[in-house]
Structures are given as C-alpha cells and as structure tokens.
Design a protein around this ligand. Structure first.
Ligand code: SF4
Ligand code: SF4
Length: 433
C-alpha cells in the first residue's frame, strides 16, 4: 500500500457502506453488528441522498486506480429499496472518469431477493455476496428472524433466482460451533448445491463481557457459554474482554475445518473453485500482496461508512473510539489518509507479540486480525490471536501443496496441475481403483 496522494490516502481503498446502519430483517444470534444501532439513538437508519451523493463523489475522486469498488453491506442493504441503488448507480456513473471502471458489490442475507432485484443486479453487473452457513440445520442454527423463524428456505430461494438470472455471486459462510465439525458437508453443499465458485469462510469469534470463565493461555481451550438472546437484550458489542460465546468456533476446530476443506479442494477443485483464504495463502507463499487484510502484515485500507456519513477504521471496529470523523466535515480521502488511520493499519504489525515474531508461519498468518488478539501466549505476553492454534495447524498443513503451486506458477504452468500429484499418489496407493 502506498500513501502517495495529497491527503496521504492510498491510491485505492475499500469502503463498506451501511445505508441502513445495523438495521436488518433477520436477527442472527452471532451478528456483531445489530447492537451498533445503539450508537445512533432515535435515527431512522436510512442514508440520505445528500450523504449518498457526497460519498460517491468523494470515493471516486479519491481513487487514483483504474477500478473503483462500490460495496454495500449492512444490516440488510436491500431494505433501502431498488430506487436508492438506482440513484446510487446514476450518481456514481456521473462522477466516473474516462478509463475508470466501477465495480458494484452487495452483501446480503438473500431473503429479500426477487426477480426485479436480479434484473437490477444483472443490468449493472453487481457481484452479490450471499450469507449461507451450510445445509439447513447448520444454517438455521443461528441465522434466524426476529421471532426465531428459520431463514434457510428464503436464502436458497434468493440464491436460485440469482442463478436463474445469471447474476455473479459468491458465498460468505460463518464458521461456528454448529458447522465447524463438518467441513466436507459444508464445502460440498456450497460447491454442489449452491453452485458457488467463490467462497469466503469467516470464523465466528464472538467476544462478550463478564460471563463465565477466562480462556486458557494457549487460547485453544473451552470458551465461555453465553445464551442466545435477541440483540436488544445484548450489550453494545465492543472488541473488549477475553471471553467468547459458546457459538464461537474453537481455535483447533477452525484449523481442522480449514484443513478438511483444503484437502478436498486441492484434490478436485483448484482453478475452478476460489476460496479466499486459500488464494490469500498462495499469495503469501508467492510473496505478493494477499487479498485478505487478516493475513496481511498491515491493514487499514478497508473502512466502514455508517448511514449518516460517520467513518470508522474497520467494519469490526464500529465503536466510538475508532470513529475517524464524518465525511461531510473532513472528506473521505482525508480521513482514510489520516495519521490516525495509518496508525490503525500499522499497529497490526507493530503490536505483534513475540510468539508471532518468532513463528515459522508468520509470513502467511501475520498474526491474524487484531480484533481476535486477546489471549496470552505461553510466555505470558498478552495480544496473541485467539485462533492461533488453528492458524498454525492450517498453515503448517498446506506448506507442501502451496510450495508446489508456487513452483508451478514460477514455471508458467497452471497451479491446478497440483491435483495430478494427488491423483497419481492415490493411484499408487490404490492400484485397482
Ligand atoms: S482490523 Fe481486522 S478486519 Fe479490520 S482491516 Fe484490520 S485485519 Fe482487517
Ligand atoms: S500462527 Fe499464531 S504465532 Fe504464528 S503468526 Fe499466527 S497467530 Fe502468530
């Protein structure tokens, strides 16, 4: 990342925009964002057109790259209605400079998608991200409506409409206690039943204050139990405390989940299914920038914009002490390039504990996300990532195939040729297959 602009802002950056704030038509029990509604008491939680226009102009003007990504998220962004997004597209296109390309993305729970939404997405080339946690029982374990009604059937309906209309989509799957023991079932469901070729696998690490027992020093042990409650009965979610809910994935479990998926992928799907975590790992093995902030040395180029124009350092740090300012007062480029935001990104590297600095897979892991660095290392130093044991297991496991894919790429060959090695190894082990 370079900070070469007049304002010190990077040439390109990512803004997750929340036009409805935290408002959503579902009430998923692990959602860290719903309680953010408390930050804006009395608000209608709808982005005003004035803020929308200001944001899009500032975003496009600040970019010094040929492509600008315009990303919508929530809460549930489709609650804004299509007219809002029609105006957004028209505004954005009016600011687009010659030679510049606009890429639209929408992260949604999928339950409100209908034919008209699909036609809109298709017309403007949206990439739609659908949140789905696996087969019905695993998905409905936590992804439910306000009265506890399951959401799986509605999500799958939305997904099939996207496919019918040929809309580009990817899937975002949270890994938690209800699905973490079933990597193959989850992966095959996403690949075969959902038809997903681009997957994001996100560990649920849900910190809570003041319940049950503290985590052990390695971070690998049992997590505290917290009951599932509607968000209005939960406290404002802050990245504080060293307790996690019983919904949270355990570190070793997360590592084993990733290994389970990887072993299937590397034998059958390299080059046709793209899993963000694996792509990012390969980039780190190649020593080129990784696509995931979590596994990059520094971060800070993915900010979050609330419905009223308030900008925060990251989607995971929408809390008062990480509010950078309002775009109506300071401008997006100034806030993204501010010394405060640069420090936020640099801290990811500068606060690495000794254990990470000495770790042999640090080049691939980079200590994970600061939001998850809340356990003590064996030497007693605080600030080790809760998921460390899982990361170590995963990155250690994939070293061989990652090196093989790196060599294939260096020789100008396709990395999918790595699958042949596994086929030949299997044929040697089972000559009559
Ligand atoms: S805090 Fe975590 S999620 Fe946020 S930008 Fe940094 S690494 Fe990414
Ligand atoms: S695997 Fe653990 S020790 Fe190694 S860099 Fe990652 S978090 Fe740090």
């Amino acid at each position: 990342m370079t900070h070469a602009g007049k304002t010190g802002s990077p040439a390109a950056f990512h803004v997750l925009v929340k036009p409805t704030g935290a408002v959503c038509n579902l009430d998923c029990s692990y959602c860290f964002y719903l309680s953010k509604e408390m930050l804006y008491p009395g608000s209608r939680f709808r982005m005003a057109d004035e803020t929308l226009r200001l944001y899009l102009r500032q975003l496009i003007e600040a970019h010094r790259s040929p492509e600008v990504t315009i990303s919508w998220q929530g809460g549930e962004p489709l609650l804004m209605g299509r007219d809002f997004f029609r105006r957004a597209v028209a505004h954005a296109e009016s600011w687009c400079r010659p030679g510049m390309r606009l890429a639209y993305t929408m992260q949604t729970n999928g339950t409100l998608i209908d034919d008209d939404w699909c036609a809109f997405f298709k017309q403007h080339g949206f990439l739609v991200g659908i949140s789905v946690d696996g087969p019905q029982a695993m998905h409905d374990a936590y992804r439910r409506g306000r009265n506890g009604q399951p959401s799986f059937a509605r999500v799958m309906r939305g997904l099939s409409l996207l496919r019918k209309h040929g809309v580009d989509f990817n899937t975002l799957t949270c890994i938690h206690r209800a699905n973490a023991e079933h990597p193959l079932e989850v992966y095959r469901f996403l690949r075969d039943d959902c038809g997903s070729t681009h997957l994001q696998l996100i560990p649920v690490v849900e910190r809570v204050r003041g319940v049950a027992v503290p985590l052990p020093r390695t971070g690998a042990g049992d997590a505290a139990a917290a009951p599932a409650t509607p968000w209005r009965q939960r406290p404002l979610h802050l990245q504080e405390s060293a307790f996690v809910t019983d919904r949270s994935v355990r570190p070793q479990q997360y590592g084993e989940f990733l290994i389970g998926v990887f072993d299937e992928w590397v034998r059958h799907d390299v080059g046709r299914v793209f899993i963000q975590m694996f792509e990012s790992a390969l980039a780190n093995w190649m020593q080129v920038p990784a696509g995931m902030c979590v596994h990059s040395a520094r971060c800070g180029t993915a900010v979050a914009l609330e419905h009223n124009g308030d900008l925060y350092s990251c989607d995971h740090f929408v809390e008062p002490q990480h509010r950078l300012g309002n775009i109506a007062e300071h401008g997006l480029a100034e806030l993204v390039g501010s010394s405060r935001q640069r420090k936020f990104g640099a801290d990811k590297l500068d606060t690495l504990p000794r254990t990470c600095r000495r770790c042999e897979v640090r080049f691939a892991c980079h200590g994970g996300c600061p939001k998850d660095r809340f356990v003590r290392a064996q030497d007693g130093e605080p600030g080790l990532n809760y998921l460390c044991d899982g990361y170590k297991a995963f990155f250690g496991h994939v070293d061989g195939p990652m090196c093989a894919m790196r060599e294939l790429l260096r020789l100008g060959r396709a990395p999918e040729q790595v699958m042949r090695y596994y086929r030949e190894a299997r044929a040697a082990e089972h000559p009559v297959d």
